[in-house]
Design a protein around this ligand. Sequence first.
Ligand code: ATP
Length: 577
Amino acid sequence: MLSQIRNRFALSEKGAKDFCKGVFWTVWLDVALMLPAVYVFLYLQDWIRPVFNPEATIAHGICYYGLLGIAFMAVMYVIAVFQYRSTYTCVYDESANRRISLTEKLRKLPLAFFGEKNLSDLTATIMDDCTELEHTFSHAVPQLIASLLSILLITIGMAFYDWALTLALFWVVPISLAVIVLSKRKLHKQNRTNYLNKREVTEQIQEGLDTIQEIKSYHQEAAYLNGLDEKIDKYEHQLTRSELLMGIAVNGSQSILKLGLASVIIVGASLVASGQTELFTYLIFMVIGSRIYTPINEVLNNLAALFYLDVRIDRMKEMEAMPVQHGEKSFNPNGYDIRFDHVSFSYEKGKQVLDNVSFTARQGEITALVGPSGSGKSTAAKLVARFWDATAGHITLGGTDISGIEPESLLKCFSIVFQDVTLFNTSVMENIRIGKREATDEEVRRVARLARCDEFVLKMPQGYQTVIGENGETLSGGERQRISIARALLKDAPIVLLDEATASLDVENETKIQAGISELIKHKTVLIIAHRMRTIAHADKIVVLKDGHVAETGNPEELKKQNGLFCQMMKRQVVRA
Ligand SMILES: Nc1ncnc2c1ncn2[C@@H]1O[C@H](COP(=O)(O)OP(=O)(O)OP(=O)(O)O)[C@@H](O)[C@H]1O
């Protein structure tokens, strides 16, 4: 039972237990909420009956009813506290845990996942869907189950008292629920479309914000806004349609419920007139009839959330089912040689990016990957760090196959400098410290000097404490790159990946930070990707890639003599220079 609840609602084991507790206490709360009606019943039975029956006497005085009222209120209060704790507090805990586990899950997914998914979609799943599920599980699902159970209990109890009036009061409940169940399929479909349309609008807005520079510089504002307008119109149109359908279903169902009280009045009147029911019983059923449908009405008001439930749960399950990258946390490599052994890889089925690539990058040497644009150089570098997993062949690090090493543990061995540097909206000091969290300010300054950051940082108003804006917007490309090199220097990992690390620097700046890079790569396994031939002039080994396979390998002198692709690339650059 518990595991079925877990699967159905994508809950943790504790969440499923709490959910059952929540339903239990909500049933009791629904029953307890009938206590005012019971109180009125007891009072009327005792004090009003003598009016209709002169032989009857009043059994309890006003003090008794005062104390009884207090006792009923205390019972309701205690049950409400338990219900609140078991439903709301636990749901918020479950929601927090769900967000953490989804974020943990994302951390373990291969980068390929993020390439295929829209990031605003992922954020919406972690934040919006969790919030909506929180609301549904605190306000709708336990209430729905509990109100069905409590109505069943109350119906059985009342049937013993007067079955004919009970029937008059409750015949509407199955019909009202049937209306909802019958419209569920249609509404579910509508809500799914709403959800997808909303995501489309969010994605379009996100894309507009990400590409605002291009939109403005190519005067695409009108085209962009027209596209956005179309998507918003589609979303609104669909929303209005589903709200209308929802309104018809919910109001229809609520109206049917109201017929229950009307039928009690009519049936009760005829039963009283024919002497089959006491007037007093008739009054009692009318009092109860005015309150009995409240829990169902509340559930109906939250129906939209209930119908969205499956769509959101499906999204969660989809994320939770994504295959994560596994591996051993601790590994003892025999040195840090990197070996590609017949490695093939494709991002999409049928489009081979690397084809049977084999080479070794030795520790203490600089291995350069060169080749025409799109030949697979960056892809090869990313496979080494397990950003993606090879589709065939093996990559080993110090003799250990990296597919058996946990990606986070593996990445501890790497200092990586990419062409696209990501900076955080914090100080220069903290941006560099990302390389080694526990580094002292002095250590950070030392590597910053080596990477030639001093030259621009000391001119900033607060020096190393200057906040550099979102993704370092206040810095030039070269300055951003120098911060990234300082980070890598601070990390001081045994393997260094430089992917177009100095691409955004002019020749003067590149020469300046060459000292920093020389320091960074000393005694390390270095894999370097660069288009400029002067950047790789000191490489010990060059691997030339062409269309995803190794075209040539050797040291620069050997390759020059071969007069192959490498030689042609050298000549072209000399001519251009
Ligand atoms: N995330 C991705 N999804 C799908 N295809 C990709 C992805 N990244 C790269 N590719 C494709 O893989 C091929 C190799 O790309 P890669 O970036 O490895 O080449 P490169 O040699 O580093 O190119 P460049 O010198 O221009 O940076 C290209 O055809 C590219 O379009």
